[in-house]
Design a protein around this ligand. Structure first.
Ligand SMILES: [Zn+2]
Length: 202
């Protein structure tokens, strides 16, 4: 029985870099990997996993109705490991299928993604992973105050937003700023002011 690992962290915590490094580690010892990415994540073009520093690799695109289970079952040669980018955007059923693959096909599955959105609510895929992952690992990055950043604070045109669509990846004018929960509350109440670089530029 293989493991299902969920590595989560806020934006900019190095999750994608970690995925690419781990996948490469498998390949350099002659093992094969399959990488999945959700259709929703189109920042780099559909089916490409890419870090801000330019590292990238191709991925199998999984749409809302795609079956990761069928995809793996139908492969003539089974992979030695499966890597999943932006796992928060997967449907609950797809995550449960990944757990099934790890548990019954004995293929380790490594999922990377966000735990919560800018409203501090769990994403569907992340919530499902908290139910079935055998190992959950936090990738941390630091808040400006020195605590661990856990909130993906959304800033649009210099204003912190706490309501709206969960999905705003690639939205023009929308930025994310990783902060600890205390700083997040202070920004929401106005006690803390946003750094200059988040102010509206025209
Ligand atoms: Zn803080």
């Amino acid at each position: 029985m293989a493991k299902l690992v969920f590595k989560y962290g806020v934006m900019g915590s190095g999750k994608t870099l970690s995925l690419l490094k781990e996948a490469y580690n498998y390949e350099k010892v002659g093992k094969s990997v399959v990488t999945f990415a959700p259709e929703k994540d189109d920042r780099n073009g559909v089916g490409v996993i890419k870090t801000s520093s330019g590292w990238k690799r191709d991925a199998i695109v999984i749409g809302e109705n795609s079956s990761v289970k069928d995809y793996i079952i139908n492969l003539e040669t089974k992979p030695d490991a499966i890597f999943v980018d932006e796992a928060q955007f997967f449907k609950e059923e797809q995550i449960f299928d990944l757990a099934w693959i790890a548990n019954t096909m004995n293929i380790p599955v490594f999922c990377y993604g966000l735990l919560t959105d800018f409203r501090c609510e769990l994403f569907e895929g992340s919530k499902a992973l908290t139910k079935c992952a055998s190992q959950i690992i936090t990738e941390t990055t630091v808040c400006e105050c020195g605590s661990d950043a856990v909130v993906n604070m959304r800033v649009i045109d210099g204003t912190v937003v706490t309501e709206g669509d969960q999905l705003a990846i690639g939205n023009v004018g929308s930025m994310y700023y990783p902060v600890c929960h205390t700083c997040y509350k202070k920004y929401c109440s106005g006690e803390k002011k946003l750094p200059q670089r988040f102010m509206k530029t025209s």
